[in-house]
Ligand binder design. Structure first.
Ligand code: KIV
Ligand code: ZN
Length: 541
């Protein structure tokens, strides 16, 4: 057995809740973010980047709640090199056992010239003053020179040195646009280790995007050259083509440690499959079947030759054991005779943390579903948990839905919804039953939405499987995504649409009540008080 040396430990920095949530179409509500954060702690990642607190009141509240509730990993929040961003971030992560402020500033010529309109000297100064200011609020400060891989090497080295001098405890080298290739990116990390005199005073992280499908390869090349922190996301979610996939990084280091000088992570790989499935269900971003490590086909052997080899000795075609990532082939199937205890046990086994009242309500949903379908699988249970977390207090609830459709009929829907004690009912025709139902809802709520995405996916297996509908709706003032599942896909689509309406209404409310103090100041122009004299930029990571 190889001895794991402390110096070879690679810290896993999970950014599913920040960069991952920036994936087009992957939005999570407060309760869902908290659940994912609990699961990441169970997985034993080292750092959870919980959000970008200044971006919205919802982000602020989520980072704050995760900091308060989740024990184990460091909780990080993102901030631009802007005084108020840093203050809001410090306030949001303040309650964590271990907190971190992660400040970033673009350094490449393209970004300096077109986005920031700042000279090298201004960037250098802004990076150091921001890191130094963050250090006055938090002992753990990370600095990211955004677009590092396209930054002139000598200038990047200067910025990194200045940030470490100013107190950065971690330096992150992002390949922001996924432009690098492994030999080059590994070479960049080696160059920084050779050139920056104080480099050993900080941990070097990397943060690779997957635009050329090289995010994992680039991250691993960085480890071979001295990086000891990898920023990654569950299922490789993230801006555009995503970030490096956490499960692939962890399993590559675990399967081939000798190629990485014995590098290892503290991640409990046996939870990888469960977390992957939860994130996929909660974000509505499905995992492709042939995805490495966690895809449905990752351990399926189809050809006769392979099956024969597997039967003789698994090592002929298997480089990882399914049980190492939590696929143990012993999924317990529940049904309508399963009691509360079995239901609660199964939820706990999957690492899902529901309060007593949530568990009780989830059990009622389970019984209702078990009346419609015989076997309830883990995927169905994740869906039940998700529906339980979906909306704390929906304004509109679907009470009744009847559709009439067929080859020679005009599709018509009759819909009844409840708003508090008011019951509204109406009917409309449409191009199809879903169009008819949504038109009826628009008429009753007086809110016009345009459906810009509608996708359907089967959950678990069998003809009676539930269909999960994910929708994206443009309301003009906001674009909102939601999902719903049912054994009836028209009902699932209608409920998902109504969820979007409810989310719109709750965002309208939330905006009024949830503005953190510092943010309110910023809106009033408090930004000018910045000691860094930094004008707010429009950049977003
Ligand atoms: O991709 C990127 O550069 C980022 C930074 C904020 C680290 O997400
Ligand atoms: Zn990123």
């Amino acid at each position: 057995m190889t001895v794991k040396k402390k110096k070879d430990r690679v810290l896993i920095f999970d950014t599913t809740l920040r960069d991952g949530e920036q994936s087009p179409g992957a939005s999570l509500n407060h309760r869902e973010k908290l659940e994912i954060a609990h699961q990441l702690a169970r997985l034993k990642v080292d750092v959870i980047e919980a959000g970008f607190p200044v971006a919205s009141p919802g982000d602020f509240k989520a980072v704050q709640a995760i900091s308060e509730a989740v024990k184990g990993p460091t909780v990080a929040g993102l901030a631009r090199c802007v005084k108020k961003d840093i203050e809001v971030c410090a306030e949001a992560v303040g309650a964590a056992e271990k907190s971190r402020i992660h400040v970033f500033l673009a350094t490449s010529e393209i970004h300096r010239k077109y986005k920031l309109r700042k000279a090298r000297s201004e960037i250098l100064k802004l990076a150091s003053t921001s890191v130094a200011y963050a250090r006055t609020l938090c002992p753990d400060v990370e600095f990211s020179p955004e677009d590092a891989s396209r930054t002139e090497r000598d200038f990047l080295a200067e910025v990194v040195e200045a940030a470490i001098d100013a107190g950065a405890t971690t330096i992150n080298i992002p390949d922001t646009v996924g432009f690098a290739v492994p030999s080059e990116f590994g070479g960049l990390i080696a160059y920084l280790f050779d050139t920056v005199p104080n480099i050993n005073n900080a941990i070097i992280n990397v943060h690779c995007h997957n635009d050329l499908g090289l995010a994992v390869a680039n991250s691993l090349a960085a480890v071979q050259n001295g990086a000891r922190g990898i920023e990654c996301t569950i299922n490789g979610l993230g801006e555009r083509a995503g970030n490096a996939a956490l499960e692939e990084i962890v399993m590559a280091l675990r399967t081939r440690p000798e190629e990485f000088g014995g590098a290892w992570t503290g991640v409990k790989s046996e939870h990888l499959f469960g977390v992957s499935r939860l994130v996929s269900r909660l974000t509505g971003m499905s995992v492709q079947r042939n995805k490495a490590v966690v895809g449905a086909n990752a351990f399926a052997h189809e050809s006769g030759v392979h099956q024969d080899g597997m039967l003789k000795n698994r090592s002929t075609y298997e480089i990882m054991r399914p049980e190492d990532i939590g696929i143990d082939g012993t999924e317990l199937v529940l049904g309508k005779h399963s009691g509360r205890h079995a239901f609660a046990n199964q939820m706990t086994r999957m690492g899902i943390t529901l309060s007593d009242s949530e568990l009780e309500a989830a059990y009622d949903r389970f019984i209702a579903l078990a009346d419609k379908k015989k076997h309830i699988y883990d995927d169905d249970l994740v869906m039940i948990a998700r529906e339980q977390m979906a909306e704390v207090s929906p304004v509109y609830m679907l009470e009744y839905l009847h559709v009439s459709t067929g080859t020679d009929t005009v599709p018509t829907a009759t819909v009844r919804i409840r708003k508090g004690t008011d019951v509204l009912q109406d009917a409309a025709c449409g191009d199809g039953p879903i169009d008819a139902a949504l038109k009826t809802i628009d008429r009753m709520t007086g809110i016009q939405g345009t459906l810009i995405d509608f996708s359907l996916q089967a959950i678990s297996v069998g003809k009676d499987a539930m269909g999960e509908v994910s929708v994206r709706v443009d309301f003009g003032e906001a674009t909102i995504s939601a999902k719903s599942a049912s054994t009836d896909i028209v009902e699932a689509g209608t409920k998902a649409y109504l969820s979007c309406v409810n989310r719109l209404l709750s965002e309208r409310n939330g905006d009024k009540e949830a503005v953190p103090k510092n943010k309110a100041a910023r809106r009033k122009g408090g930004m000018n008080a910045s000691p860094m004299k930094a004008a707010p930029t429009k950049e977003s990571p």
